[in-house]
Design a protein around this ligand. Structure first.
Ligand code: PLP
Length: 437
């Protein structure tokens, strides 16, 4: 490995040579079952030549022309085909280069919307434990103490409310009826305390992705939250960076709850890793205000023609191969297989999720849900054991209290076969047993 690469994984990484479906092969010929699609990115599978061809064709014709001067056929076609799939009225799609850029763009859209209407609203409310990206605005609305700590002097403009995390519910007395109303009350109180005239937006994932390990909120959560936002004129931003494009067995995570946000952010599955693509989407109402009031923003690579060509080819692949339904079906299969393999394991506190987004929460004591101490680096060891066995798992830490808490996230390509789905559950289980007995 060159000493000039600022590596994210140390100096002994294998070299990825090629991929096919749900499998990656390194230059030594080792095969890995991609149990997490990287960071829950690869939806349509590795090695799809029609996407590579679409990228090459657009790049050959013209790779780049500035977004303020030109549009492209690929972007126009992509927006036409994607818009009807989004849970918004008359959506307007602003393509960027990834999830964090999409979040930053949506935050600015929310601010610009209120300014255009003569309101100086600027506070954005996120949720405890949430992850929305690593740029400063996105990190500020995130509620991950470990990631925020080094940068705290730069943060602090955002507020944070409670998050629906059924395994460690902040309102245990509200069950079994459901804690949705209690979360909505908490948000309502925070908005009142902050001053509704200062609150621009509330941002959340419809289903919590990596940060809380595929936590699905109770059915009464989203209707109650949406009502609070509407009542206070607070824009609702759905972060679908991880949950979009079929990941949870529906086109959008919002679809499970009938949620219609004012703004949406998407990335990861949008181009399935073939291109760094993110999308910020404004509803027609938000767009109209911005069109009148102006929107001071932009990136050199936004509205990129090659990115749009990649997104369009991926979208067609998802549709033509019925991969959203596949995600729901394989997801149910994976859930059963995981419960069969790990349901009785003393260190498995919870198995949860929707579609092909599944989380396994590891605990030191199943009865009390006490997490392992962070110093034990449990999930890191499990992921390393998985890699040894030829399966790629995605780790997350800090779910219990910001520091402790070990999660394994599974999010394989939606093209994973039934046989590979069983193999994934078996390999994940052996990796856990290697470390925890
Ligand atoms: N939002 C969510 C929910 C995410 O999971 C992520 C990345 O994991 C992001 C935003 C940031 O996306 P990116 O890493 O592409 O900047």
């Amino acid at each position: 490995m060159s000493k000039h690469v600022f590596s994210r994984g140390g100096d002994r990484l294998p070299v990825a040579a090629r991929g096919s479906g749900a499998e990656i092969f390194d230059t030594d010929g080792r095969r890995y079952l991609d149990g997490s699609g990287g960071a829950i990115v690869v939806g349509i599978g590795h090695g799809v030549t029609e996407v590579a061809d679409a990228i090459a064709e657009q790049a050959r014709a013209i790779a780049y022309a500035h977004g303020t001067a030109f549009t492209s056929d690929s972007l126009e076609a992509y927006a036409e085909e994607l818009a009807p799939l989004l849970p918004m009225d008359d959506p307007r799609i602003y393509p960027v280069s990834g999830g964090s850029e999409a979040v930053e763009t949506a935050l600015k859209m929310a601010r610009a919307f209120h300014l255009a209407r003569g309101e100086d609203r600027h506070v954005v409310i996120g949720r405890a434990g949430a992850y929305h990206g690593n740029t400063r605005g996105a990190l500020d609305v995130s509620g991950r103490p470990g990631l925020r700590a080094p940068y705290l002097p730069w943060l602090g403009a955002a507020e944070h409310t409670t998050t629906p995390y059924e395994f460690r519910c902040p309102f245990p007395d509200s069950h079994p009826d459901g804690c949705g109303t209690r979360h909505a009350q908490a948000l309502d109180t925070l908005i009142e305390q902050t001053g509704p005239e200062r609150v621009a937006a509330f941002i959340a994932e419809p289903v919590s992705g990596a940060a809380l390990g595929a936590c699905v909120p109770p059915p009464d959560y989203w209707p109650a939250i949406a009502e609070v936002c509407r009542r206070h004129g607070v824009l609702l931003i759905a972060d679908e960076v991880m949950t979009g494009f079929g990941r949870t067995g529906a086109w959008n995570g919002c679809d499970h709850f009938g949620l219609r946000p004012d703004l949406m952010v998407l990335a990861k599955g949008a181009a399935s890793g073939y291109w760094p693509l993110g999308l910020a989407v404004a509803s027609g109402r938000v767009y109209d205000a911005l069109a009148d009031g102006g929107f001071t923003h932009g990136f050199t690579y936004s509205h990129h023609a090659v990115g749009a060509a990649a997104g369009l080819a991926v979208l067609r692949r998802l549709r033509d191969h019925d991969l959203v339904r596949a995600s729901a079906e394989r997801g149910d299969q994976l859930d059963v297989a995981l419960r069969t393999e790990l349901g009785d394991h003393p260190a498995v506190g919870d198995i949860r999720g929707l579609g092909l987004l599944r989380g396994i929460e590891l605990v030191a004591d199943r009865r009390t849900s006490q997490p392992f101490a962070r110093s034990e680096r449990v999930v890191e060891r499990v992921v390393a054991a998985g890699k040894e066995r030829g399966v790629l798992l995605y780790p997350s830490t800090g779910c219990a209290d910001g520091i402790d808490g070990d999660l394994i996230l599974l999010g394989p390509p939606l093209v994973i076969t039934p046989g590979q789905t069983e193999e994934l559950a078996a390999l994940a289980s052996s990796a856990i047993r290697d470390v925890l007995g």
